[in-house]
Design a protein around this ligand. Structure first.
Ligand SMILES: Nc1nc2c(ncn2[C@@H]2O[C@H](COP(=O)(O)OP(=O)(O)OP(=O)(O)O)[C@@H](O)[C@H]2O)c(=O)[nH]1
Ligand SMILES: O=C([O-])CC(=O)C(=O)O
Ligand SMILES: [Mn+2]
Length: 616
């Protein structure tokens, strides 16, 4: 069709003419090629400025994509309702297109790069017709920092521009860092909803067909058909985890699905902790933990992604490559996460939460009692008698990290922070104890590699189903998972040789009793587990051996202070021999699915666990 091939009408920046001065020719050429192919009506280079943000918001309010919340109650804040079919990551439509299938591994959907390129070429042709193509240069990490990486995302979704502006350091400063020879990740995104001349737009354009495609070798992401979170904010899961895991493997560092926090104990000693929990399993909450034990303070560095790299002294240092939080709304309330509530008082974009009659937001768990009337995430009337949730279970807030009252003064230190402890955790109703310490780095990587968790609403699929989620990276690993384990072992061995790899722990806040209720109060009380871990590092706690590694010895955690009685405490560490044997069998089958690629220390970890279970 002629109209699809029509040339670009207008190329201008948000302030007027041409691409920004100094834009690297490699970016300009890529953008021009894409624009000629996707045929947007115009191309706008984003500078990341406040007026630009204000313009985008105004435009989205006019288009019905955003609803302004009451400026008295929630200043500068907006509500977006997505298409009901575009509410979460789509793992079945997420592809790793490495040159060789074996580099994607059994946990990823693989399509040969040539075939995927052909598919995408077809889909992107004319895909932006009737829309604006925005060009967003961005930095992952503090601009100019030694661990920082750069990317450029194009998108035809203003909602994605707004999100990228919060989640990354986006705009002119990032662009200025990309010069000849700077590696930058190409992130191409379209909602896949071209508009014919005169055709009316919808508030949340998207397409039933979705492709979230990654080319690890050439450091590219191509995303089609969705505007939702991890499918569309390509700096986040796509770049900072999937592409970065491939870059890290080449360069000797780790891209991890981890929050990052700083904790100071009553004696004034400071620790930095990185923790990997699968999606919707407590990272944001743990990063904002308000300790219930006097004398401890926790500060926040990041809530979702950490890059861990050997520093000049060989010890592992970490940065949070992001600049904002894309957090789960349901369950967030004054009682559970007051820090998040204080972060969300202004300048927030909420997606798929409910709206109150006075122009504020609400979601399940924000308050004990629901308001008498709401407009639900679908835009329908809702009352407490309604049978469906008012907010979508994967409804989210997007907010700047700098707005968090517990943000740490070193959160944007370009050199990163030395990591003292690494934690793996999942959502496990049974078997897995509240807290355990790995015997050493290798045992810790075994713990991480065999991590399992019940599925959540963060991705399509059956909520509650148990699945192995190695290193909490199952949906986010851009390389063969077993190669990734090997890489973890190698990075740890080097850090050990340089004077000490972080100690590794495993936690489980989600164990349930026979009545189906959580045994552990969680949230602020999680400090009890964290304090024990740091006591272990300081040599103030001994621990006692278990099949999971060292668990707290009698009296090392004051569980009564957490409101947990002796019987419940025993249940939190209960060892059911038959269930654990079945667990080990399941882990075995899982490892066997990787054949002979499983590194020996991981097999040994399981063999040791089996032997320990046999002795129970
Ligand atoms: N019972 C219990 N629930 C928790 C705890 N921590 C978090 N949650 C709940 O788990 C859900 C997800 O928590 P988040 O902290 O948003 O999880 P996340 O890992 O940041 O999720 P993503 O942003 O999807 O990666 C929320 O509904 C929380 O209220 C805890 O310690 N105990
Ligand atoms: O990526 C997303 O859509 C949301 C998120 O943080 C996750 O699922 O872990
Ligand atoms: Mn989170």
């Amino acid at each position: 069709m002629a109209i699809i091939e029509q040339p670009l009408r207008d190329t201008r920046t948000s302030t007027g003419a041409g691409h920004p001065e100094g834009a690297d020719p490699s970016i300009v050429a890529w953008v021009e090629r894409l624009a000629l192919h996707a045929t947007p009506d115009e191309v706008v280079w984003c500078d990341g400025s406040t007026p630009e943000r204000a313009r985008l918001i105004r435009q989205m309010v006019d288009a019905g994509t955003l609803e302004a919340l009451d400026p008295e109650l929630r200043p500068g804040s907006y509500l977006a309702r997505s298409d009901p079919d575009d509410v979460a990551r789509v793992e079945s439509r997420t592809f790793i297109c490495s040159a060789r299938e074996e580099d994607a591994g059994p946990t990823n959907n693989w399509v040969p790069p040539s075939a995927m390129r052909e598919t995408l070429h077809g889909l992107f042709r004319g895909a932006m017709r009737g829309r604006t193509m925005y060009v967003m240069p961005f930095a992952m990490g503090p601009v100019g920092g030694p661990l920082t990486r750069y990317g450029v995302q194009v998108t035809d979704s203003p909602y994605v521009v707004l999100s990228m502006g919060t989640m990354t350091r986006m705009g002119a400063e990032a662009l200025a860092q990309i010069g000849p020879g700077t590696e930058w990740v190409k992130c191409a995104h379209t909602v896949g909803a071209p508009l014919a001349p005169g055709q009316a737009d919808v508030p949340w354009p998207c397409n039933k067909t979705k492709y979230i495609s990654h080319f690890p070798e050439t450091r590219e992401v191509w995303s089609y058909g969705s505007a939702y979170g991890g499918n569309a904010i390509l700096a986040k899961k796509a770049f900072a985890l999937r592409i970065a895991s491939a870059i890290g493997q080449d360069e000797g560092w780790l891209a991890a699905h981890m929050l990052l926090l700083k904790v100071t104990n009553p004696r004034g000693r400071v620790f930095h902790v990185a923790a990997a929990f699968p999606s919707a399993c407590g990272k944001t909450n743990f990063a904002m933990l308000q300790p219930t034990i006097p004398g401890w303070t926790v500060e926040t560095l990041g809530d979702d992604i950490a890059w861990l790299a050997p520093g000049p002294d060989g010890r592992l240092r970490a940065i949070n490559p992001e600049a904002g939080f894309f957090g789960v709304a349901p369950g967030t309330g004054r009682g559970t996460n007051p820090v998040a509530m204080d972060t969300l008082t202004h300048d927030v974009v909420f997606t798929n939460v409910a709206r109150t009659d006075d122009g504020d937001v609400w979601w399940e768990g924000m308050t004990d009692e629901a308001p008498a009337h709401l407009t639900d995430w679908l835009g329908q009337d809702w009352t407490p008698a309604s049978s469906t949730p008012a907010a979508h279970p994967n409804s989210r807030f997007t907010v700047a990290a700098a707005q968090c009252p517990t943000i740490s003064d070193d959160w944007d230190d370009p050199a990163g922070v030395v990591v003292d402890a690494v934690i793996f955790g999942g959502r496990r109703a049974t078997n897995v104890p509240l807290v355990a310490q790995a015997r050493d780095w290798e045992h810790g990587v075994f713990m991480g590699a065999t991590l399992a968790s019940e599925r959540t609403a963060a991705a399509e699929g059956t909520v509650g189903e148990l699945r192995r989620d190695p290193l909490a990276m199952l949906p986010f690993c851009g390389v063969h998972m077993a190669d990734h384990w090997k890489h973890w072992l190698e990075v740890g061995a080097k850090a050990d040789a340089a004077g000490g790899a972080p100690a590794i722990f495993q936690v489980n806040w989600f164990r349930k009793g026979a009545d189906g209720r959580f045994l552990w109060p969680g949230f602020g009380e999680n400090i009890h587990a964290l304090a024990w871990m740091l006591d272990r590092i300081e040599g103030r706690a001994e621990g006692t051996a278990s099949p999971f590694g060292l668990i707290p010895a009698e009296g090392e955690i004051d569980h009564a202070a957490a409101g947990v009685d002796d019987a419940t405490w025993a249940e939190l560490f209960g060892l059911d021999k038959a269930a654990l044997a079945a667990e080990a069998d399941d882990a075995q089958a899982f490892l066997d699915s990787y054949g002979d690629k499983v590194p020996e220390p991981i097999r040994e970890g399981l063999a040791r666990m089996r032997a320990d279970i046999d002795e129970l």
